[in-house]
Design a binder for this molecule. Structure first.
Ligand code: COI
Length: 363
């Protein structure tokens, strides 16, 4: 079998130029107070795509990057990213959760956005060496992790509308705690759309997040935390929730929208489906109608509903509002499936139990 590990032997060792920060910020960082995405470690990894190839591999102190105000990413949005988490295990080792899945998706996003793909050795060795240098930034408290954010953006200083010839790839890392502090009140969105058939919904590209901001802000002004996105044509099918995939348990069956070009193919989504199947739970990946979810909420068969994503892990949905009517779901702490899945993910990630699926990439 030609597995990832046998392929690794033929992969080049990257020549990474390292310059260390003279002054670590580690001691002055409050690890008890880590709002998502605000704290970054001492270093970052960068690479440039120029003259048709990736070059200038560097680990350098985390800081601002100089780009032209004409850089095409700023104007035309050629920008993609990923979200990955690393955990400190009880024996001090660091495990990155399923990074090859994110590499695969990063390159799917790159292809859709007419950007160059990133070779495995750059993505993996850049990430690993950065984590090794900043390993003391990986939190050890339960519920905390190190968030890894690879990002690629177009840097051609040209206003003509075409795919850029030059790109920058950066990996940022920073310690994080929980993303959502409490269960979510969500509204099923029936006017705005996150993604359309034939569009870029399956790509993790900046514009998808930009276009979600106004509808989300409007919903928040109405007292909701997040939206449930529906299909663009009819607003009849459920697609995602906020920045995550969405899952329901109805009559003891785990149901989630099947992936398509308007839905992001989430790594947490895959992992939860694998867990459910391994427990013998019936799983349905298919189109999910708004009507069936609302009917299940009305007749008491909607046992669980939650968002599934890297940053949020499992985000319980407490209430769903549809066409002005609010449906209160079972108390999150009483939900059998999502709490079991959350616990199982935690135990695997922190190395508290064996890793039957081979998800942990230990460095
Ligand atoms: C993630 O879950 O990693 C995401 O990318 C969602 C959001 C923080 C943008």
């Amino acid at each position: 079998m030609q597995g990832i590990h046998s392929m690794k032997n033929v992969i080049d060792i990257l020549d990474i130029k390292v310059s260390r920060t003279p002054q670590s910020r580690l001691e002055s960082t409050d690890f008890e107070n880590l709002p998502f995405g605000r704290v970054f470690s001492d270093h970052m990894f960068t690479a440039d795509f120029e003259d048709g190839e990736w070059k200038n591999f560097q680990i350098l102190p985390y800081g601002n990057i100089e780009i032209s105000p004409a850089a095409s990413a700023l104007h035309y949005g050629q920008a993609i990213f990923e979200g990955i988490k690393a955990y400190k295990q009880a024996d001090g080792r660091i495990s990155i959760f399923r990074p090859y899945k994110n590499l695969e998706r990063f390159n799917i996003s790159a292809q859709r956005m007419a950007m160059p793909i990133i070779p495995e050795e750059i993505f993996m060795q850049g990430m690993q060496q950065l984590l090794e240098m900043d390993r003391d930034w990986v939190p050890s408290q339960e519920g905390y992790s190190l968030y890894i954010r690879p990002v690629m953006f177009a840097t051609d200083p040209i206003l003509g509308v075409h795919a850029s010839s030059n790109y920058k790839f950066v990996i940022l890392i920073g310690p994080v705690g929980v993303y959502y502090a409490k269960p979510l009140k969500v509204k099923i969105e029936t006017h705005y759309t996150r993604a359309v058939e034939g569009g870029v919904g399956y790509a993790k590209t900046a514009g998808n997040y930009a276009s979600s901001l106004l509808p989300t802000k409007l919903a928040q002004q109405e007292g909701f935390d997040q939206l449930i996105w529906t299909d663009a044509k009819e607003h009849a099918y459920i697609e995602e929730s906020g920045t995550t995939n969405v899952m329901f348990v109805i009559n003891d069956t785990l149901i989630t929208p099947s992936t398509r070009d308007s839905i992001l193919d989430g790594v947490t989504r895959h992992s939860i489906l694998d867990l459910a199947r391994s427990w013998g739970m019936p799983v349905e990946e298919r189109r999910v109608t708004v009507t069936e979810v609302i009917e299940a909420a009305q007749n008491g068969t909607l046992q669980d509903a939650f968002g599934a994503g890297t940053a949020a892990t499992i985000a319980h949905i407490a209430e769903i509002t549809y066409e002005g009517k609010k449906y209160t779901l079972p108390e999150p702490s009483s939900r059998a499936f999502s709490n079991k899945a959350l616990q199982a993910l935690k135990e695997i990630r922190y190395g508290l139990v064996p890793d039957p699926f081979g998800w942990n990439h230990l460095i």
